[in-house]
Design a protein around this ligand. Structure first.
Ligand SMILES: [Fe+2]
Ligand SMILES: [Fe+2]
Length: 196
């Protein structure tokens, strides 16, 4: 894989997002990337990949929700009906395309972590889990996330337990649309956790 100079990537992400008035997203991306790197040290051979994925995971914030269906279609991205109902969710797939086409990220593992950072997916990797969880811990809203305590307790057990806790929280607290990948990840995580 290519190796990225992380500081260089950081300044490229900053330029890209700040030019589009997305400074808050920039701060969020850096905090998720740095946290994913720290968390990833415990689980990954190459925690740098988690940082790269984190830095880029919300890069698609330059497109507001009402443009995301059109943008995705122009990029040739296949969409589920759930994504048409709630275009916010498409941002994970658009971020992956931008990472590939504008930032020349070709590492499939990094692209995967970007692409499923909101919903996870059935065939998740440890890198996918690390970035998914880092995004939930360093969320992009004010204050502490309502699920944080339980998620951190679960994280003491495993990445899977933590991801399962979060998805279970979502499903039991008025979620608007259940993305098929989220549901598949939930079923798979439950099986994995039951078998240990
Ligand atoms: Fe996101
Ligand atoms: Fe995010």
């Amino acid at each position: 894989m290519e190796t990225f100079d992380q500081n260089n990537l950081k300044s490229l992400v900053k330029k890209f997002l700040v030019e589009q008035n997305c400074l808050k997203t920039y701060d969020h991306c850096i905090s998720v990337g740095d946290y994913a790197y720290e968390l990833g040290k415990n689980y990954l051979d190459e925690p740098d990949k988690a940082r790269t994925a984190g830095y880029l995971h919300d890069i698609s914030a330059i497109y507001p929700d009402d443009q995301r269906v059109d943008v995705a279609k122009k990029m040739g991205i296949d969409l589920y009906k759930e994504e048409l109902e709630l275009p916010m969710i498409i941002h994970q797939k658009i971020s992956k395309e931008i990472a590939l086409n504008e930032f020349n990220v070709t590492d499939q593992a990094i692209l995967s972590a970007i692409e499923c950072h909101t919903t996870l997916k059935e065939d998740y990797s440890d890198l996918d889990l690390v970035v998914f969880i880092a995004d939930k811990i360093k969320w992009d809203q004010q204050g502490e996330p309502p699920y944080i305590e339980g998620l951190m307790v679960a994280l003491d057990h495993s990445l899977e337990a933590s991801a399962y806790y979060y998805i279970d929280y979502l499903l039991t607290h008025d979620i608007q649309v259940i993305h098929p990948w989220l549901n598949e990840a939930y079923v798979k995580l439950r099986k994995q956790l039951a078998s240990v």
